[in-house]
Design a protein around this ligand. Structure first.
Ligand code: GFB
Length: 320
C-alpha cells in the first residue's frame, strides 16, 4: 500500500533532462499515462554543460518538476578510460540543472545517481547509510564522486532553501534504447549484442570481460521509470533512496541467461585483460519498499524485452 500522495503530478510541467537516453525515454513512456505535460530538450536544443543556456531555457519554460536523467554514462571500460569526462560532464550537468531548478522555483526535482556511489567493499546488501564509509571502486570513482556530489547538492538546496529536491540511486539498468557500442556499453547490452552476432555468424563462443565471478543486480529501465514517478509522488526527504531489484547474479550466470534468451548455443570465453570492477553491488532497497514500491519486471522477462528492442532497433543501434 503506497504511502500518502505528497506531490500531485496532474497539471504539472515535467522536464525530463536526458529524455532521449535509455532512462529518459522510459520516463517519457511512463509519464504518458500521467495527466501532466512532459517537457524535453534534446542535446541539439539545450547544452546542459552550458550554465547560461540552461538558465535561459528554464527562464523561458519554467518547469515545475525536473527529473535529472541526463548524464555521461558508460560501462566499466569507458569509466576507467575517460575519468575527466565522467567527472566534469556529470558535475556540470547536475549543477546546472539543480541550480536552475532552484533559481526558477521548481516545486520538485528528482536527481538520479547510481549504485556505484557506494564503497567497493560495502557490506551487502548495500544500505543507503554505507555512503562515504569507505574507498570507492577505482574503475568508476570519477562518476561516483560526481553522483555523490549531486546527492549532496540536492540536500544542500533542501537545507538552505527548503527545496523539495530528492535523489534516487538506481542499480545497473538495461532495456530499450540501451547503448550497444561494445567499447562504451554496460555488460547487459554487450552480452546481448555478442550473443546475437555469434548466433548469426555461427561463432563457437562469445568472449566476456574478466573472470565472470563479479555479481551484479539489474533492473529493467521501465521498472526504474515507474519507481521514479512513485518517488516524485510519495517521497519528500533529504536521504537518497536505493532503487534496486533485490536480486543479483554472477556475470557468468548472466552470460548463460542471455545466451539462452538469444538462442546462442556456443561457449563462453574470458578476456582476463579486462577489469572485473567491484566484486558485488547488491543494494538494500528496503527504504523504497517501505514506501510501498516493488519492482515488477523479472530478469529473464526483462532480458527478453531488451533483446526484442535490440532487434527492432538493429538498423540504427549505436554500435561501433
Ligand atoms: O556493466 P559494467 O560495464 O559496469 O560491467 P559495472 C559489469 C561487469 O560485467 C564487470 C563484466 O565485471 C565487467 O568486467 N563484463 C563482462 C562486461 N563482459 C563485459 C562486456 O562485454 N562489457 C562490459 N561493459 N562489461 C558500472 C559503472 O560498473 O556500473 C558505471 O562503471 C555505472 O559508472 C554502472 O555505475 C551502473 O557494473 O562494473
Amino acid at each position: 500500500m503506497a504511502t500518502d500522495l505528497l506531490y500531485d503530478l496532474r497539471g504539472r510541467r515535467v522536464f525530463i533532462a536526458g529524455s532521449r537516453g535509455m532512462v529518459g525515454s522510459a520516463l517519457v513512456r511512463r509519464l504518458a499515462s500521467e495527466d501532466c505535460e512532459v517537457l524535453t530538450a534534446g542535446r541539439d536544443v539545450l547544452d546542459l554543460l552550458d550554465q547560461h543556456a540552461v538558465r535561459d531555457w528554464f527562464a523561458a519554460e519554467r518547469p515545475d518538476t525536473v527529473i535529472v536523467a541526463a548524464a555521461k554514462v558508460g560501462g566499466i571500460l569507458a569509466n576507467d578510460s575517460l575519468p575527466a569526462d565522467f567527472l566534469y560532464d556529470n558535475l556540470m550537468i547536475e549543477a546546472n540543472l539543480i541550480e536552475a531548478a532552484h533559481r526558477f522555483d521548481a516545486a520538485k526535482l528528482l536527481f538520479l545517481g547510481s549504485s556505484c556511489i557506494y564503497p567497493k567493499l560495502a557490506p551487502q546488501p548495500i544500505h543507503e547509510d554505507s555512503l562515504l564509509t569507505g574507498p570507492l571502486e577505482p574503475t568508476n570513482e570519477w562518476y561516483a564522486i560526481a553522483k555523490i556530489a549531486g546527492i549532496k547538492l540536492a540536500q544542500a538546496y533542501r537545507k538552505q532553501h527548503g527545496r523539495d529536491f530528492i535523489s534516487g540511486m538506481p542499480t545497473n539498468l538495461y532495456g530499450p534504447g540501451d547503448n550497444f557500442d561494445l567499447r562504451s556499453s554496460h555488460v547487459m547490452p554487450a552480452l546481448l549484442r555478442k550473443a546475437h552476432e555469434a548466433k548469426l555468424n555461427g561463432a563457437p563462443s562469445i568472449e566476456i570481460w574478466g573472470t565472470g565471478t563479479p555479481r551484479r543486480e539489474f533492473m529493467h529501465v521501465d521498472d526504474l521509470a515507474d519507481a521514479c514517478v512513485f518517488l516524485l509522488k510519495h517521497y519528500s526527504d533529504a536521504p537518497h533512496v536505493n532503487i534496486g531489484s533485490g536480486e543479483d547474479v554472477t556475470i557468468a550466470e548472466l552470460s548463460q541467461l542471455v545466451a539462452e534468451v538469444v538462442g546462442f548455443m556456443g561457449g563462453i570465453e574470458h578476456d582476463l585483460s579486462k577489469p572485473d570492477g567491484t566484486p558485488r553491488k547488491l543494494m538494500d532497497s528496503g527504504r523504497l519498499a517501505a514506501l510501498g514500491w516493488t519492482p515488477k519486471i523479472g530478469l529473464k522477462a526483462g532480458i527478453g524485452d531488451a533483446y526484442r528492442a535490440f532487434l527492432e532497433a538493429a538498423d540504427n543501434v549505436r554500435c561501433v
